[in-house]
Design a protein around this ligand. Structure first.
Ligand code: ATP
Ligand code: MG
Length: 276
């Protein structure tokens, strides 16, 4: 029995082989890590373990049993390569953007893989800003609420600035994330702020900002490293239509091809499993 475990900043992803050799995927919250160790002791008492991710060495201490380590970036790129292969997607060269707690960008080709960039804007930003701005810290609720939101009151589009004139770029592009707030307040004098900016609109804008930032950084990296396809992975995309939509449309607008790998959040865990 073998298991690959990616202990990330927010979630622990596990990929393990069933008796029939099919692979099972499980996700647990990283906090408290003691519960993760207990889960592994109960569910995978005999398994050979390969650990990766920022919390791997702490998890190893809690487990008190031998395990192999593999670097997070190596595991993520190897696992993503395998997931793509399984899905019948075989690109010689692609950019891999992992939107976890933070965002990490890699170039993957036949020659190997290398980290080429990243941004602190990621899934943790969605959770943190949603908590501060709307009092919601639960990922599922954030996405559900955001789905009903509109970004019009909060986000300033190019067309808002170029009102009545022909803009030099697509007027539908965001000129300034959250840049319309003051103007909206002025236009709605007397109304309660909570009525002008309902939670669903604020959360839609938070997710929009994260998506546009991630996609912007990614298309630049893709251009620099001659990649046409950008593969997006990480738990931030799971069941998250608004984030996928923001990322996909901006990536396409900039001439690259986005792909959301099914089970992409388990790339690191699968890569760790493959390393055994
Ligand atoms: P990192 O790789 O940066 O160390 P990680 O591996 O823990 O972090 P992921 O699991 O890929 O990161 O993604 C974490 C993000 O996914 C969260 O910040 C949140 O936006 C989103 N998310 C999806 N499902 C959940 C969930 N059940 N609980 C908390 N966050 C979730
Ligand atoms: Mg991770």
């Amino acid at each position: 029995e073998k298991a690959g475990i990616d202990a990330g900043g927010t979630l622990v992803k596990v990929a393990y082989e069933e008796n029939d050799r099919s692979i099972r995927y499980v996700k647990l919250t990283s906090d408290p890590l003691e519960s993760v160790a207990a889960w592994i002791r109960n569910e995978l008492p005999e398994a050979q373990l390969c650990l990766t991710g920022g919390r791997a060495s702490r998890l190893l201490n809690l487990l008190g049993r031998p395990a192999v380590f593999v670097s997070e970036f190596e595991a993520t790129c190897e696992g993503a390569r395998r997931l793509l292969e399984q899905g019948g997607k075989q690109w010689d060269r692609f950019l891999l953007t992992n939107v976890g707690t933070g965002t990490s960008i890699h170039i993957v080709s036949r020659e190997g893989a290398a980290r080429v960039g990243g941004t602190g804007v990621g899934g943790g930003t969605i959770l943190g800003l949603s908590r501060l701005l709307a009092g919601t810290g639960d990922f599922g609720s954030i996405v559900k609420v955001a789905q009903a939101g509109r970004r019009d009151a909060t986000d300033l589009k190019v067309s808002h600035i170029y009102e009545g004139a022909v803009p030099p770029i697509d007027g539908n592009l965001t000129a300034s994330n959250f840049g319309r707030v003051e103007e909206t307040i002025r236009r709605s004098a007397g109304l309660e702020e909570s009525a002008v900016f309902p939670a669903e609109d604020v959360l839609a804008s938070v997710i929009g900002m994260v998506g546009e930032t991630v996609a912007t950084v990614s298309v630049h990296a893709a251009g620099q490293h001659a990649a046409q396809v950008i593969v997006y992975i990480g738990s931030s995309f799971e069941w998250n239509g608004p984030l996928q939509e923001a990322v996909a449309s901006y990536t396409r607008f900039r001439g690259a091809e986005p792909y959301f790998a099914p089970n992409g959040a388990f790339s690191g865990a699968l890569g760790a499993l493959l390393a055994l």
